[in-house]
Design a protein around this ligand. Sequence first.
Ligand SMILES: Cc1ncc(COP(=O)(O)O)c(C=O)c1O
Length: 509
Amino acid sequence: MEALIFELSCPGRIGHSLPEIDTDDYAAAIPAELRRESLDLPELSELDVMRHFVRLSQLNYSIDSGFYPLGSCTMKYNPKINEDAASLPGFYHLHPMQPEYEIQGALQIQYELQEMLMALAGMDACTLQPAAGAHGEFTGMALVRAYHRSRGDADRNLVLIPDSAHGTNPATCTSLGMTVMSLKTGADGNVDMTVLERALAENQGKVAGMMITVPSTLGQFEPNIVKIADLLHAAGALLYCDGANMNAMVGEIRPGDLGVDVLHINLHKTFTTPHGGGGPGSGPVACKAHLAPFLPTPVVAKEGDRYVMQTPEHTIGKVRAFWGNFGMHIRAYTYIRQQGASGLKQVSRDAVLNANYIRTQLQDTIPPAHDRPCMHEVVLTGKRLKQETGVKTLDVVKRLMDYGYHAPTIYFPLIVEECMLIEPTETESRETMDGFIAAMKAIVAEAHSDPELVKSAPHNTQLGRLDEVTAARDPKLRWLPSDPRDEESAWGSGRNPNLVSKLEPLTRD
Ligand SMILES: Cc1ncc(COP(=O)(O)O)c(C=O)c1O
């Protein structure tokens, strides 16, 4: 196992050469109580540091190194041309406080990206500001709320959310101070229309809208979506679509044509901007004309041959500093321009084809939760396997790591027992998927012949099975040399007691 960088430290070794300080004026500028004699930093050469981090990076699993079927996350390959475009010095060195006339090229990219997303979504207006999908949801639902308030309909604060929606949907409403009503999904995985009709009838004048994930987290297209939109509109409510799963329908279906009023799109899923690890994403929101006046400020507009920043008339205000995650906009723009309309259509067709290939190849091994074709991802259930062998879904995916694959999403969606959510994406070849399918079949065979082998997996990884409850409840988020309450050993003799008392709560995490 790779040692910690502190453990590699060798007293006196240095990896830098800085000029001697020929003044002690700097000392006067720092109040005495804030000065430290020692930082207790690890002492290593440049080569030690380089090798340590390269070794760590090689322990990492990434889409560039292997199949990553993490459902709901659309971990598809990000073409490197996107990176080239985002690294062009003219973009890379832009400063967000440059005046409009100096950044016309950047604004043009943003304007054209807005237009392309509107065309793909069937919408009339767009903001690129939200920093990720959940932030897009927040922005979109803030538009819904502002719309109702502008009409004197402030009592509309209830949002209907099917239980097959992404978990961020209810969280979004709660953070906006809206009330959530969860709608139980029918046995077929679709919205239960009777449940919806009852909810609307019982809450007349109170429903702000419905948030629906299309395709749902069950990997199913909602066949009643148009009827759902009609029912909501007739009740004075709006339809929000969580469009983060656009990879299943981009170029084929426009949510705006289905009656959706507003949606967000995850650029970091559908349009190949990198994501994961909490890195920068981008969750633009596109909406119909009646919501456009409430969009966050600024939006990029075109006046004659100039691109300008505008503030919509009844804007909800700012949701993000400056112009959003501009680097992600360039990457998505590059990808869309590179694919063209026909390429994007092929993306969704291949994504759906690949998911159905996995579904049909595995149906006798681990059955799908719903016995019908899926969209871009498939939900399997390990319920039968658990009954027959005692091996749980968690065990199966831990064993997958021994076979060299990243685990799919598990135990989500919550409404399917022992579930696995597998999203192969369109960028994977048949050979890759066949390898994964063979691994799954081998693991299920092992579960029958030697269940302990699977239950104790992984065996070939740097660390074996972790205690997940302790990891979640008592995470160690940073390294400390010894008990943090032992001030001298932890921070050296120059430690400032005031600073330390602020740090202590952190160290106990
Ligand atoms: C369907 C769906 N909605 C919303 C989100 C939230 O997006 P983000 O993680 O960018 O906030 C995701 C994330 O993958 C998603 O799959």
